[in-house]
Every structure is written in C-alpha cells, then in structure tokens.
Design a protein around this ligand. Structure first.
Ligand code: GLY
Ligand code: MN
Ligand code: MN
Length: 446
C-alpha cells in the first residue's frame, strides 16, 4: 500500500503549500446495464491512484490542517449482501489494510463532511467529475453555511484537484512502470497470437476473441479500451468497433487492442496481411508508416518537445505520399506546402500519440504548465523521464479520384507504448512483431 500512502502524502504537501484545507474525491458508482445487471465495475483512476481501493461507492477525504489526515468512507460490511455479491472490506478492515487514519461507513458522510469543512480555508475538489460527489459536497457546504451565526464559515476558496493530480499522474513511478510493462507484454503476446491464427474466411470477432483469451489467460482484468479489429476498408475507420466483418484474402487487418493489468493500460496496434504476405502496394505503405514511427521515436527523449515526434512523422509520411502519388505534387506543391496546407491530412488525420497510464488516454497537460498565464498558445511541454506516451502514426487511403487505385482501402497504423528515460526511450511493446519480415515470419509460424 506504500505507493498510495506516499501519493497521499505528496498531495497533502501540495495542499499545505496552498494554505491547507480539505480534499474530497470519489470513486465510481455501479452503472446499470439493463434490468438488474450492472456493467463490469471499473474504479475511478484518480481515486485509485491515492487509495488502491477498488470497491464501488467510496469517498476519500484528505485534511491538510495542523495534522494531516486521510479518511475513507466506504460500504459497510454486509454478510447478507456478501453472499450474493462477494467480499466487502467495511471501514475497519479497509482502514487497517489500506493505511487510512480513519474510516467510516458512507452513511456517516452526511454528518462528518460538514464537521471537516467547518472553518477549513479551502476545498480541493474534482468539480464536474462526478455529479454525485458534487451533490454531496454542495450539501455539506450548505450545512456548514447554515451554522454561520455561530461564527463558523465554509471554505472560502475552491481549488481544482485535477491540476495537481494530473501533474502527479504524468510522472510514472517504478511500480507503475512495472505494471505498464506487464500490460504491454501481455498485449504483445496477444497480437502475435492473432497474427498466427488468422486466415482468410475468419471473422473479425474471432480475432477479438483470441486477443481477449490471451489477456484473461495471463491475468489481465479487461481490455483497456474497445478493441479495434478492422479488416480491409474497415481499417480506414479510425474508431471502428463493429468487429463483425469477414476477412478476405488480400485484406490487411489492423488490430488496435491492449489489455489493462492491475489498473494500467497498454495500447498496441499492428497491421498485417490476412494471407500472411504483404502485397507490393501494402508493403510500400507499411514501410512508410514504419519509417515514420522510427522518426517519431527518435524524439521520444528527455528534452524534446511533445509535438516534435508528431512533426517528424508527418514529414516522413507526407514525403511518402508525394513519392507514391497519393498526393499530386502539381496540386499540393512541395513537401513544405503539403505540410503547411494540411494536404497530408487526407491520409493522416490524427495525432501521433498521447499520454498513457491508468487511462489509455491518460491524465496530463500537453502544454507547458509553467508558461505565463494568459499566453494565447502555450508551447507544447518538454518530455521528461517518467512520462509515458504512445507513438502511433498511420496512413488511411479511402478511394478517391486521383488516388492510385492500388492503394485504395489500405489502412495501416503501428503503435507502441514508450517510457521516457534518461537513457532514451524504452519501448514496452517491443516484443510485438513489427517489421514486414517479423510479421511474415510470425504468421508462417502458425
Ligand atoms: N486505442 C486508442 C488509441 O490508440 O488512441
Ligand atoms: Mn493510442
Ligand atoms: Mn490504440
């Protein structure tokens, strides 16, 4: 439980540096799927980051005062309910196991929260993140205000916790990196498995099942996001989710799927030929995307600007579009023109990556938080050791006039998960077959 209590201590220090106050965070509530069934429960990432506690309906209150306190509000033990739904810690066991200073049943929040907020200078809150917590907090503030005639004041200031916690979450500690490595390694095996099992005639959902099989077989709790299994033209739909088409001989298959292991995401994409061999046109575009990824990777280093990798990938891809005739020089102009007039966006319309961590699109500011307030366009921030990013260039060719037909309906993305370190990028998903040679060899091994 040490990483969690260490993080609470860091947050309490931040709160003290703002003059102290009370922080309130909540995990998620169960969500109805239909009738009396719930969606599989996933805890709130901010709450989990500070507690390690995975039960629904819990609230964390941190008090930065003369002495600091961490207080958990959670479900009561309930032997009857536990017969149906499983183990519940209850406040006493939760306090001991998770190292809180105190713990109470949720029902106590109504009385305790106004007591804790009375005469506290500042409330630290994730406003708008959970409407049920906004309601609880407003009710508590109203309860304090109703006692104003006895000289008690509610907090006079509100500070958004996101800005503090997002900055903390952006830098992964060694326990987080170990979990991300585990998640990425499982995903690598799953991608290899999908390549090995694929034959024309199968359906996309069969490959989805193979991925899920490997995730669960190795102890990952779930996919980290909706798996994209896209054959042929479906690969040109960026967030394709139907996963129900038949795979045809000659198709390229794009799989963007990664597991979540102990609350940490992986996000890996590979593209491979259904019949085990890239056609010349597929290989040309595949090697172009791979070169763009290598170019972006060179900027996954401490001191580079966040957008440097994207700019490098765009340069390589755009030059390739001109060389292959995807873009017509006579219409779009030079390389510099095609970049500045966004012509390349016809075939590459997304960014080259994002922060990754507990959330696949993880918390963290992409712009320099130290840029002076009021700056119109803050510069992109500088990469530093401990940050985790994806690098995922692609190319997506929809049929269109003037576009060489041999490239129609080819969609390619190559995505890896990278940790920035003092010694250069560490590729967590490096064991996933990636070059044409590696992919064709892996597919022959079936
Ligand atoms: N799988 C979501 C993404 O690549 O951003
Ligand atoms: Mn991604
Ligand atoms: Mn992805």
């Amino acid at each position: 439980m040490k990483p969690y209590s260490d993080r609470r201590a860091v947050l309490l220090q931040h709160m003290q540096s703002h003059g102290g106050g009370v922080a309130i965070l909540s995990t998620n509530q169960e969500m109805t799927r239909n009738s009396d069934c719930f969606f599989p429960f996933r805890h709130d990432s901010y709450f989990y980051y500070l507690t390690g506690f995975t039960e629904p309906e819990a609230v964390l209150v941190l008090v930065a005062g003369k002495t600091n306190q961490s207080i958990l509000f959670c479900r009561e033990k309930n032997p009857e309910r536990e017969i149906w739904d499983g183990f519940i810690f209850g406040p006493d066991a939760a306090q001991q196991q998770f190292g809180f200073d105190d713990a109470f049943p949720n029902a106590a929040l109504q009385d305790k929260l106004p007591e804790l907020l009375a005469d506290s200078p500042t409330i630290f809150h994730t406003q708008g993140h959970h409407s049920h917590l906004d309601d609880i907090t407003q009710a508590a503030i109203s309860a304090v205000r109703s006692r104003v005639r006895s000289g008690i004041l509610p907090p006079q200031k509100t500070i958004d916790l996101h800005s503090i916690l997002d900055e903390m979450r952006l830098f992964k500690d060694s326990s987080e990196i170990a979990l991300m490595q585990k998640a990425a390694s499982i995903s690598s095996v799953a991608h290899r498995r999908a390549m090995q099992i694929t034959c024309p005639g199968m359906f996309e959902y069969e490959l989805e099942a193979e991925m899920l099989h490997e995730f669960r077989r190795q102890g990952a709790q779930s996919p980290a996001y909706g798996s994209i299994i896209a054959t042929g033209p479906n690969a040109c739909i960026l967030h394709y989710s139907a996963n129900n088409a038949k795979i045809r001989d000659g198709d390229l298959i794009l799989i963007d799927a990664g597991c979540e292991f102990d609350s940490y995401a992986s996000d890996v994409t590979r593209t491979f030929p259904a019949n085990g061999k890239f056609s010349p046109a597929q290989k040309t575009l595949y090697d172009l995307v791979l070169t763009a990824q290598s170019a972006a990777l060179e900027h996954a280093i401490s001191g580079a600007r966040y957008l440097d990798g994207h700019n490098a990938a765009v340069r390589v891809l755009t030059q390739g579009m001109l060389d292959t005739g995807l873009l017509d020089k006579n219409k779009v102009g030079s390389l510099e023109d095609a970049i500045s007039n966004n012509a390349y966006r016809q075939f590459y319309m997304h960014g080259t990556g994002h922060w990754i961590g507990m959330d696949v699109h993880d918390a963290g500011n992409y712009r320099d938080p130290k840029a002076p307030a009021g700056t119109d366009e803050k510069p992109y921030r500088t990469l530093e050791p401990g940050m985790a990013i994806t690098i995922e260039p692609g190319i997506y060719v929809r049929p269109a006039e003037g576009v060489p037909e041999k490239y129609w309906n080819i969609g390619i993305r190559i995505e890896d998960d990278i940790i920035i370190t003092r010694d250069g990028p560490v590729n967590l998903s490096k064991d996933t077959p990636k070059t044409v040679k590696e992919i064709e060899a892996a597919m022959k091994g079936k």
